[in-house]
Write a protein that binds this ligand. Structure first.
Ligand code: SF4
Length: 432
């Protein structure tokens, strides 16, 4: 199956021409998929074109809204179902300046940060169309269209590490900023990364110039290594060096994400250390009250402690704010809603299995009773089975012999080949 949301207008034009439709149909198709239309919905597209697309295994939409949960603060948590039945999350945050959608870029995540439920498992990278599909689904859900967009800002902060899915994320960014499509301004898009220096520099070189947020969460390498395994591969210094490169090339301010975790990184001495570390980069720090992750046993800090941390940063001239924690009453932290759904589903499966085991046990019991009458036949069959076993045994011993001789030949060949290779390599070494 190929998803049409994975393609830009140029690629859709090629698909349209290949299906013997006039070029202008490509733009109509582009508008239809960005407006959330699916096969069977009312569109201006001719039936023959839709039939040909179906026959060529194309899908019009990449995600469906599976569940929504609205928080007391009006933010809405979405559980999306992909066409392959995987589940991902998104959050719609309503601000005075507009609607921000937080999208996922992977199913799960490989980075395994201690404070995050998404890192508990990794399934796959999302395609560009599967990321765009989240924007299409929520914009349509809000009553918007491609020409009357109801979403103003996008943040790539949901499940997954966006830079670990670099090509698909870059393609998504190109699709979503396309002036013939949703035409989002790059200024209104923020990508959040746990900090992969080479990829941050590569992103700077794409010329996309979106905002960059770095999930730092620690004032030094020791603490960072305790809560973010990625810190074992890349030091804080190398991450901040790449951030400096990013801001020089793109002229964008860097945002530093810092979740305050009780007993880990939230003392005022940590604030002083952080201020010193960031003095040269001059970023904006977002302090995040942690949405507790029960699975990991990590908890946030009090409001007083958060304010004390903020005051200390400001004292050292660092621009910082406390980010409102949205949706904490609806499993707001990334990965939590998905994990809850997966757990519920697996409980349902276990319950189903339990029920079917109970059913099976009672079936077995009644079969036992019935089978008592079959013992006579069983005895008759015994002789037959014995004979079969005898025949099987002689077959097995024959096949073992064959496999032994095959192994012998193969090990002889292996020795021959190894000798050959050694000669080859010593020859090539010589000639080198
Ligand atoms: S915080 Fe981000 S990078 Fe870390 S595990 Fe969660 S989704 Fe992955």
């Amino acid at each position: 199956m190929n998803n049409l949301l994975d393609y830009n207008l140029e690629e859709l034009t090629q698909i349209t021409l290949n299906l013997n439709q006039p070029k202008f149909r490509a733009k109509q198709l582009y508008n239809a998929i960005l407006n959330g239309k699916n096969f069977g919905d009312n569109t201006v597209l001719p039936q023959q074109f839709l039939t040909d697309l179906t026959n060529a295994n194309y899908q019009m939409q990449a995600v469906k809204i599976h569940k929504t949960v609205t928080s007391h603060d009006k933010s809405v948590k979405f559980l999306f179902k992909l066409n392959d039945n995987n589940l991902i999350e998104g959050v719609l945050m309503k601000h005075s300046y507009g609607n921000t959608l937080c999208v996922s870029t992977q199913v799960g995540c490989k980075m395994n940060c201690a404070f995050c439920a998404s890192g508990l498992s990794f399934v796959k990278n999302l395609t560009a169309g599967e990321i765009l599909g989240q924007v299409v689904a929520v914009n349509t859900w809000l009553g918007g269209s491609v020409t009357d967009r109801k979403l103003t800002n996008l943040v790539l902060m949901g499940s997954g590490e966006p830079l670990d899915n670099f090509d698909n994320v870059v393609k998504f960014l190109k699709l979503v900023t396309d002036d013939g499509g949703f035409n989002f301004s790059v200024r209104n898009i923020t990508l959040s990364t746990c900090g992969i220096p080479s990829k941050i520099e590569k992103l700077a070189d794409t010329g996309l110039n979106i905002n960059l947020a770095i999930s730092l969460h620690a004032p030094n390498n020791e603490i960072r290594k305790q809560i973010m395994p990625v810190a074992k591969s890349f030091s804080i210094e190398s991450v901040l060096e790449s951030a400096k490169y990013y801001t020089t090339i793109t002229n964008r301010k860097i945002y530093i994400e810092y979740a305050l975790i009780s007993g880990v990184n939230s003392e005022t001495k940590h604030a002083r250390e952080l201020a010193e570390l960031l003095a040269e980069l001059n970023p904006k720090v977002n302090l995040i009250p942690l949405n507790e992750v029960k699975e990991r046993g990590l908890y946030g800090v009090s409001e007083a402690k958060t304010n004390a941390f903020l005051r200390e940063l400001k004292k050292f001239g660092i621009s910082a704010t406390i980010r409102k924690s949205l949706g904490d009453d609806v499993d707001g932290a990334c990965g939590q809603l998905r994990n809850k759904e997966l757990k519920q589903n697996s409980t349902k499966i276990v319950e189903k299995q339990k029920n079917s085991t109970t059913l099976q046990t009672s079936k077995n019991a009644s079969n036992k009773a019935k089978n008592t009458g079959f013992n006579e036949n069983k005895n008759k069959n015994y002789a037959k089975n014995k004979l079969n076993q005898k025949n099987n045994k002689s077959f097995l011993s024959k096949s073992n012999k064959t496999s032994k001789s095959l192994n012998k030949n193969s090990s002889q060949n292996k020795t021959k080949n190894t000798n050959k290779n050694v000669t080859k390599s010593s020859r090539s070494k010589k000639s080198f």
